[in-house]
Design a protein around this ligand. Sequence first.
Ligand SMILES: Cc1cc2nc3c(=O)[nH]c(=O)nc-3n(C[C@H](O)[C@H](O)[C@H](O)COP(=O)(O)OP(=O)(O)OC[C@H]3O[C@@H](n4cnc5c(N)ncnc54)[C@H](O)[C@@H]3O)c2cc1C
Length: 388
Amino acid sequence: MPASEAKRVGVIGAGMVGVCTASWLQRDGHSVFLVEMGQPGHGASFGNAGCFNGSSVTPMSMPGVIRNVPRWLFDPVGPLSLRWSYLPAITPWLLRFVRAGTPEKVRAQARALRPLVGPTLEALKPLITAAGAEDLVHRLGHLYAYRSAESLKKDRLAWELRRENGVEIDQFDADELRQLEPALSRDYVRGVLVRENGHTSNPLKLVKRLLEHFLQSGGEIVRARAHGFRLEGRRIAAIQSDAGDLPADAVVACAGAYSKPLSAALGDRVPLETERGYHLMISDPESMPRIPTADADGKFVAMPMETGLRFAGTVELAGLAAAPDWRRARILLAQGRKMLPGLAASHPEERISVWMGHRPSLPDRCRCSVRHGPHRTSSTLLATVMSG
Ligand SMILES: Cc1cc2nc3c(=O)[nH]c(=O)nc-3n(C[C@H](O)[C@H](O)[C@H](O)COP(=O)(O)OP(=O)(O)OC[C@H]3O[C@@H](n4cnc5c(N)ncnc54)[C@H](O)[C@@H]3O)c2cc1C
């Protein structure tokens, strides 16, 4: 890029998304600084499942999902929970969520998502190589294990959407599944493997390694909370933060589930909610899957990590402020023991750790607003881009 086009860009949030965004902008020749109010990599990027699933084109709101909601909500070990006191606040989002789940809309969403998430690993590769983080990223695929042929059949539309968008899969019967992943319980009788997917065996270490490289390459990090923007006319002039005004020609908000007030500061009403999720880890586990494996019925994953076995999943609708409900994490342990019968029936507490984090979530999984100078358009980004 000609030096005259290089900008000073502020990226708000030093999670996985912010650090990758900042690194790519830096590689494009811009002068880039991150703004982070906490510890880099300690938001959702600390405890996520670590999956790089380019195949994830199926929205959360699928036709028929609403029929399952009452059953899930009243099942204490179900994959979805709602704090009833939060219902009035989340009702508008839930209505949009339900409206997004028609067959035509989910097809359109899947088509929009594939070009965005499909090339995840390819987009990450140059950053991983430059940061010397190859040891943290693996491409072993992602296995979905089913307890019956009927439950696989119920997921027909999700697999159709993936196939229609170029995702290749291998299907396994009970015997083949056992050979592929011997640690799994014999209760699973069908398996679907998506070979193209990858994962990181240490999400926090990966963010730290990428950040280190960004800083060594001339990037900066400001430890402050961003709370607004100073505009000159219609152009961004600075990020307003509790460390003062941070001059910038352009800004990318990568604040994850906390991005809503930042967009609102520029007049964009993004329907962003948090889907709270939990993980539970066992260090030195007696048994661990080789390949990242999802229990397709229970809607949780078992991840082989450097630091142990991580079970992650569940959706809790309770907003950003409510305290964690650690019973949700403990449910993952009970379910995980059923998934991997080689695990001990009990573990000393010092080998167990639990975590709760905030997924940023849009009702149709792919709507957000992008603002380029005076032009505004709808797009499938999870970042709000504001450029002067
Ligand atoms: C249980 C669980 C499992 C998940 N598993 C996966 C998975 O396997 N694969 C996947 O792709 N996704 C997964 N996710 C989604 C996950 O949210 C994303 O993958 C990813 O970690 C999000 O990164 P991020 O950088 O957008 O957000 P975060 O990691 O949350 O980073 C946002 C950062 O912005 C900072 N920040 C916020 N507001 C401000 C402000 N005003 N000023 C300055 N700094 C601010 C925060 O401190 C934080 O560090 C999972 C989420 C959960 C909860």
